[in-house]
Write a protein that binds this ligand. Sequence first.
Ligand SMILES: Cc1ncc(COP(=O)(O)O)c(C=O)c1O
Length: 443
Amino acid sequence: MKDTPINYNVVKTKFEESNLASIGKASIREIKKLVDEIERETGDKYIRMEMGIPGLPPSQVGVDAEIAALKRGVASTYPDIQGIPELKKEAARFVNLFLNIDVNEEGCIPTVGSMQGGFAAFITVNRMYEEKDTVLFLDPGFPVHKQQISVLKQKSESFDVYNYRGEKLRDKLESILQKGNISAMLYSNPNNPSWICFTEKELQIIGELADKYEVVVLEDLAYVGMDFRKDLYTPGEPPYQATAAKYTDNYILFISSSKAFSYAGQRIGMMIISDALYNKKCPDLKKYFSSDQFGYAMIFGTVYPLSAGVTHSAQCALAAMYKAANDGEFNFVDEVKEYGEKAKVMKKLFTDNGFYIVYNTDVDEPIADGFYFTFAYPGFSGEELLNELIYYGISTISLAITGSERTEGIRACVSLVQRSQFPDLEYRLKKFNEHHPVKEKQL
Ligand SMILES: Cc1ncc(COP(=O)(O)O)c(C=O)c1O
């Protein structure tokens, strides 16, 4: 029996009872269940870093608007599939003021979370041209997107961008896109799980190649405004949220309200389709949809049969949050900055105790502190590290399930960790380091 921060025998027994072959290979929900049980049995609280859920209260502007909408009786009427007019108007303003791009309101379409936006996009983009039937993932990425491709029985390719940052990205992308089978390329920016942010140069490369090879850029802005190295909240003034939309007219942006507005529970996000793509005509679409126009096919051919639109009151809430942000009355960036501040402290606790950050730069700049960070420990694979950290009261997920080639890595999400837990975290990391001395040759 080892002197671990969490009772060794309880962890061992609970792990055996769970029938999991390895904690390091378990899904996020399986880890959550196991840790819930250990916490119940021991009464000890874990440093919970496995799930990417908001740790802040929902935006009050949204809650107030939603309650008012329900009281007005909106629950009894189906909202328009393409979105209520007020939301479409404020979404177009939002991308104009915070991303500095111009989009017609028509192309701003609510979805049931960005999650449904991604699903709808895969269905539609892979039907535009017979020969373009494969989505390219710029990994590491959000595992659910791969699950979506799999249930749709669609094809995907992927590569880890870690080794292809900066100008190297061009040759790598070109080597894949020139085959002619790629319909779209997807990435999140800032990135889940690594929190890397593409540089302007990289976004320009992505945009240029999207035009050259007629590939749709699927830019997932689940963490819009959250590259805290710059203050991205001044409506209509630089600096703006970086986006490939500055460099191509061939894009769909997915703007989640889950993290930036802490509105995950209401399941609403926006899909922003560029004017050029919205109006694009692709004869092959006619095989599946009543129209060959991309935007029309997306709304009435794909979004309609998925859920016939998005919860009416949630649309009113999002319209109000955008309006307040657009009018300079709701600094949503300030409200979530706490994630970055916690990450800064936590990363230091890890690195002071023998750990290192896996994805640690954006080409020539240190990575931002944000919602996630990635770490590893000399001499351990990610799976081994996860298996061991569970005895030290720290729960996380392995990078291996995110398409990362850095299989020694672990993803940590800072949102649920309270500042009052920092002393516990420090003690546990110290103990881990004490029990697993780093050998000279591993450094
Ligand atoms: C990269 C990424 N995309 C999409 C989502 C899903 O967002 P939503 O809650 O809007 O469906 C998440 C949520 O964690 C995410 O990290």
